[in-house]
Design a protein around this ligand. Structure first.
Ligand SMILES: Cc1cc2nc3c(=O)[nH]c(=O)nc-3n(C[C@H](O)[C@H](O)[C@H](O)COP(=O)(O)O)c2cc1C
Length: 383
């Protein structure tokens, strides 16, 4: 049986220690109970806990009930708080050392028109509301309040979502040419993250609470993250490098490196068999971020497409200091017990990157693996 000593070695993240380098990336299940954590979700996360993942990032949780990308998306507020507390309690009972992070987000322009309010930061299109300066301040406060609720619920930290085209990502783009304090200069475009994190830090009771963020290093759109100005399409990562340096300078504990926008430049985010080699871009972005930081930890993404081969590459990337943690998305659906099965030498159900889970999400159905789970296979077929 092959061993992976680096992958299974513990690693500091802020003031806490993850038992190994396997990260269960946030994966929206669209299966909440009116925003609260449902029994279905508890079961899903208990499975992950049993799988011995070092870090589990709970899927995109909305900071506002008016900014949902998914009909049944999780929302963390006073009304739903107890269900989140219960989730963490149940997970910690089984695995007290696993690091549990809440990914907090606002869906902005990507909010669903049928059940939510799409809000634009610039170039509002029909049906989208162009946000006023004060409304953005309000959204910042929502992020801060939600982070503090996450602390109260017992989470080990938050993942401040700045990736994949959602609000936090849109505000970062060079294309965000707002003329107020939320757009234009790099300072204005990073203000949301900078001010929120600084304020959250001062208000936290638990000084070891982890503060991290997920970013798209390159989005693959004109004026997107990873370009230099509003008209540019070609990748130029200088501003993203500055963002990494800023994150470290304000004491953030990790950056979770992703790329692309699902549904727009999906191949970059989640490579499929014909676009397998996009994983190399993801490796390159993580390595680049890692080369810029000294204390802040780096989580790499997009390993699912690599199946068995991914384990050797993950081990190599940790040993070569190209990343600190290895993030798996779709693999957590095809086999939530993956890390434990590696330790036990059991057969793993590797993700086939069939895109079934993405199709379920795009059609606003409950999300799971359509290859290993008949329930989701049948759900995908339903009209
Ligand atoms: C169904 C589905 C749901 C996802 N939900 C989230 C999410 O809530 N937050 C997030 O940052 N990324 C989300 N992603 C992206 C994944 O976390 C991950 O970055 C992507 O699948 C690539 O990694 P992989 O190749 O290991 O699957 C989702 C992807 C899929 C397919």
């Amino acid at each position: 049986m092959k061993e992976y000593p680096a992958l299974f070695s513990p690693c500091r993240i802020g003031k806490k220690t993850a038992p190994n380098r396997f990260v269960a990336q946030p994966m929206e299940g669209n299966d909440s109970d009116n925003g609260s954590v449902s029994n279905m979700e508890i079961e899903k996360y208990i499975q992950l806990v049993k799988g011995d993942w070092g870090v589990i990032i709970i899927e995109a949780i909305s900071v506002s009930s008016a900014a949902l990308a998914r009909k049944n998306q999780l929302i963390l507020n006073i009304d739903t708080f107890n269900s989140f507390k219960n989730l963490v309690t149940e997970m910690k009972k089984k695995a007290p050392d696993t690091i549990i992070l809440f990914q907090i987000t606002h869906s902005g322009r990507r909010s669903g028109k049928k059940f939510s309010q799409p809000t634009a930061l610039y170039n509002a299109e029909e049906g989208e509301h162009l946000l006023e300066t004060e409304e953005i301040e309000e959204i910042k406060n929502n992020f801060i309040e939600t982070a503090l609720l996450a602390e109260k619920a017992g989470a080990d930290g938050i993942d401040f979502k700045m990736c994949h085209g959602y609000f936090g990502c849109e505000i970062l783009r060079p294309a965000n040419i707002r003329s107020d304090r939320w757009g234009g200069s790099f300072e204005n475009r990073t203000r949301l993250l900078n001010e929120s994190i600084t304020e959250i830090r001062t208000k936290l009771k638990d000084k070891s609470f982890i503060l991290g963020s997920r970013i798209s290093y390159y989005e693959g759109i004109r004026g997107g993250c990873g370009t230099l100005n509003e008209d540019e399409l070609i990748e130029d990562l200088k501003q993203m490098d500055l963002l990494i340096l800023l994150m470290e300078s304000i004491g953030m504990d990790y950056v979770n490196i992703s790329a692309g926008i699902p549904g727009v430049t999906s191949e970059i985010t989640r490579p499929t068999p014909p676009s397998k080699l996009f994983y190399l871009h993801q490796f390159r972005y993580a390595k680049r971020a890692k080369s810029l930081v000294s204390k802040m930890k780096v989580i790499g993404s997009a390993y699912s497409i690599l199946k068995e081969e991914g384990l050797d590459l993950a081990e190599e990337n940790i040993l070569d200091l190209n990343t600190d943690f290895i993030g798996y998305g779709r693999q957590i659906l095809s086999d939530p017990l993956f890390p434990k099965k590696i330790t036990d030498g059991e057969k793993v159900d590797y993700c086939t990157a069939c895109s079934g889970c993405s199709k379920l999400l795009a059609s606003q159905k409950y999300v799971g693996c359509v290859v290993t789970n008949k329930y989701y296979r049948d759900l995908l077929k339903e009209k």
